[in-house]
Design a protein around this ligand. Structure first.
Ligand code: ADP
Length: 398
């Protein structure tokens, strides 16, 4: 019998976790998060009915809550509640699998070493993902740990879509376009046939519009291109990230403004995007509710760039059969979906305004040549599915 599965999503300032039953249904038994790592931490968890189990401030050290402390707090809490006594596997979201990892993998010392070699490709995220794996291994060495990669789903991109126009030796050392949000796209691809029917076998663009945002071009459910490249900075403007930027701007910032690497990193990752342009917020709800012209300009830019990249993804696919919206903004911001669909009239999308306000799932009219949809994503469930699959494989071989 399979035990329960914990899914960990360790970010730069938070750890999100979910507990799934390890049986065929993968029932969500509880979930929560520790936020505020690096400062004052807050630990919240709720059970399967959504009732709160804990909500407390943790880690009052002057240098702030560390990742390993947060992970240890989480594991100890689970052990005290006996909730983790049935846990036999932990699935981790790991941002980068490089060119090597095309699928989820069971983590052992050798794999951990290979994943450490990828840290320079994702220095802001990969170290935190790996620290969580190490923390679990030190407390529960018996447990199966599985790394599920944000980049793996995109390894089906044709070679030309992975290239930068840079000298070959750089490409050979891994400076290439990878693509991210892969677990979200993989989940969407897995439910597409039941939600949209036969178009799932055609040319589909999925718009993952959350705090991070990207588009993915799917042909027959396989990723053939994405707006994200070497890092999760590329492509669309996001909550606080700039998206695609003329690299000449970087040279200017360094040469003329005298900015150093950490200042440029902070600017591009944390101070740009919707927050930078509006000067108000990275939160789409706040911007939509604001009558400040700067909020309108940030939204205009977001919508314009989605439209431009949608054209690029349709070109990569040689046409378009369906457009799918997902993640926080994609699932909940009807005005943004409406504007993207209206701008994409040239591609053959005719919006059903009422269906869009209701939230779909289908938001295009019956006479629309290209259909448009809203489908909630579920990266945690995707990780749980992969983890269960590797757990079953291990039990078969045992
Ligand atoms: P993350 O990438 O951190 O997982 P989410 O997918 O949760 O982010 O998306 C967060 C974004 O979704 C925020 O910009 C938030 O404002 C937006 N969002 C969530 N709910 C709504 C809503 N009802 N209307 C508009 N935007 C929303």
């Amino acid at each position: 019998m399979n035990g329960d599965i914990v899914v960990l999503n360790t970010g730069s300032s938070s750890i999100k976790f979910s507990l799934f039953s390890g049986d065929q249904d993968l029932t969500l038994l509880g979930h929560g998060q520790i936020e505020g790592i690096g400062g004052k931490g807050r630990f919240r968890a709720s059970n399967r009915a959504g009732e709160p189990l804990v909500d407390e401030v943790i880690g009052d050290r002057p240098d702030g809550l560390r990742h390993d402390q947060a992970t240890a707090t989480l594991i100890e809490w689970g052990q005290q509640r006996e909730a983790t006594s049935h846990v036999t596997a932990v699935g981790h979201r790991v941002v980068h699998g490089g060119s090597r990892f095309v699928a989820p993998v069971r983590v052992d010392d050798r794999v951990l070493g290979q994943l450490e070699e990828l840290i320079p490709l994702a220095p802001l995220h990969q170290p935190h993902n790996l620290a969580a794996i190490r923390a679990v291994a030190s407390i529960r060495p018996d447990i199966l740990q599985v790394a599920c990669f944000g980049s793996a789903f995109h390894r089906t991109h044709p070679a030309v879509a992975q290239l930068f126009a840079l000298p070959r030796e750089l490409t050979e050392t891994g400076v290439r376009r990878y693509g991210f949000h892969g677990l979200s796209y993989e989940y969407i691809a897995s439910v597409l046939p039941e939600v949209i029917g036969s178009d799932a076998d055609g040319r589909v663009v999925v718009a993952h519009l959350g705090n991070g945002a990207s588009l993915c071009a799917l042909r027959e459910g396989k990723s053939v291109d994405s707006t994200m490249g070497f890092t999760a900075l590329d492509g669309l403007p996001m909550g606080t990230r700039c998206g695609a930027l003329d690299p000449g701007v970087l040279l200017y910032l360094i040469e003329e403004r005298g900015m150093d690497v950490s200042e440029v990193t902070d600017l591009l990752y944390h101070k740009s995007g919707l927050l930078g342009v509006s000067g108000i917020s990275n939160d789409m709800r706040t911007l939509l509710a604001s009558d400040d012209p700067r909020a309108a300009e940030a939204i205009n830019l977001f919508v314009y760039r989605i439209g431009r990249e949608l054209g690029a993804m349709a070109a990569a696919l040689g046409g378009l059969d369906a457009l799918v919206f997902t993640a926080g903004i994609g699932e909940h911001a009807a005005p943004i979906r409406a504007r993207v669909c209206r701008d994409a009239k040239w591609l053959g999308i005719r919006l059903d305004e009422q269906a869009n306000i209701r939230g779909g799932p289908r938001i295009s009219r019956n006479d629309s040549v290209v259909s448009a949809w809203v489908i909630p994503t579920n990266e945690e469930l995707m990780i749980a599915r992969h983890t269960r699959a590797l757990l079953s494989e291990q039990e078969t071989h045992a």
